[in-house]
Design a protein around this ligand. Structure first.
Ligand SMILES: Nc1ncnc2c1ncn2[C@@H]1O[C@H](COP(=O)(O)OP(=O)(O)OP(=O)(O)O)[C@@H](O)[C@H]1O
Ligand SMILES: [Mg+2]
Length: 212
């Protein structure tokens, strides 16, 4: 399965969730490859930080920030159980290519009532991709949900009325994700039984359930 984390909005958690979902599946013994489709190369940076710290390799990270992604990703997918694409912010050509490569598209969004609307451009590209790939599955994934769950619930209700719907699994606002990004680790390696680790497990399981 090829899962792409896409949102033209920056800083919504594409890289954080891509690495953590990949890490969760790798921990379960699956062969996982992350494609860093962002010219900023944040997933590659994380991976390099990880090798500098001499931490065990969980999955490969391949830099493929080019418009031929949709032709190259299926080749990589042949040698893996799952491929996770960490998408770029803003770059339309790359975004189109990632949409053509993916079986499942996850759209990370912050639980602000306006965040779903902020990715209108991305939803337009999704509609376009569905002309070629009508079986493409897409879901919103709410990230950085704070203690003010009422706002999150309102957002979830608003998003559920639209296509794509929102996943039941939510990711909270957790400092451990920032520590993980900085140190080349995953939340589960910092705190195995942390809320963050449990949320990632639930999210990854729900995504696997979407497999075509
Ligand atoms: N659930 C969370 N709790 C706390 N911090 C988070 C959470 N998710 C992401 N972050 C932090 O928010 C920042 C942005 O996250 P991330 O880099 O994953 O977003 P992105 O969508 O990949 O951004 P870009 O569009 O720049 O690639 C990072 O510093 C990350 O550590
Ligand atoms: Mg990123």
């Amino acid at each position: 399965m090829i899962v792409a984390l896409l949102n033209q909005k920056g800083g919504v958690g594409k890289t954080t969730l891509a690495l953590h979902i990949a890490g969760e599946w790798a921990r379960q013994g699956k062969r996982v490859i992350v494609i860093d489709a962002d010219p900023q190369g944040s997933a590659l940076d994380w991976s390099e930080q990880r090798s500098r710290e001499a931490l065990p390799r969980l999955f490969g990270v391949v830099g493929l920030a080019r418009d031929t992604l949709h032709r190259e990703a299926p080749e990589l997918a042949r040698d893996a159980d799952h491929v996770v694409i960490d998408g770029p912010p803003r770059v339309a050509g790359l975004m189109r290519s990632a949409l053509l490569a993916a079986d499942v598209v996850l759209i990370p969004a912050l639980p602000s009532p306006f965040d779903g609307w902020a990715s209108a451009e991305m939803l337009k590209l999704l509609d376009e991709a569905r002309i070629f790939r009508p079986q493409l599955v897409a879901r919103f994934a709410l990230n950085r949900c704070g203690a003010r769950t009422v706002i999150a619930r309102e957002t979830a209700a608003a998003l559920a009325e639209h296509d794509p719907p929102v996943l039941a699994a939510r990711i909270g606002q957790r400092v451990v994700f920032a520590d993980a990004a900085r140190t080349g680790r995953l939340a589960a390696e910092i705190g195995a039984n942390s809320s963050a680790a449990r949320e990632i497990t639930a999210l990854s399981a729900e995504i696997e359930g979407l497999m075509p």
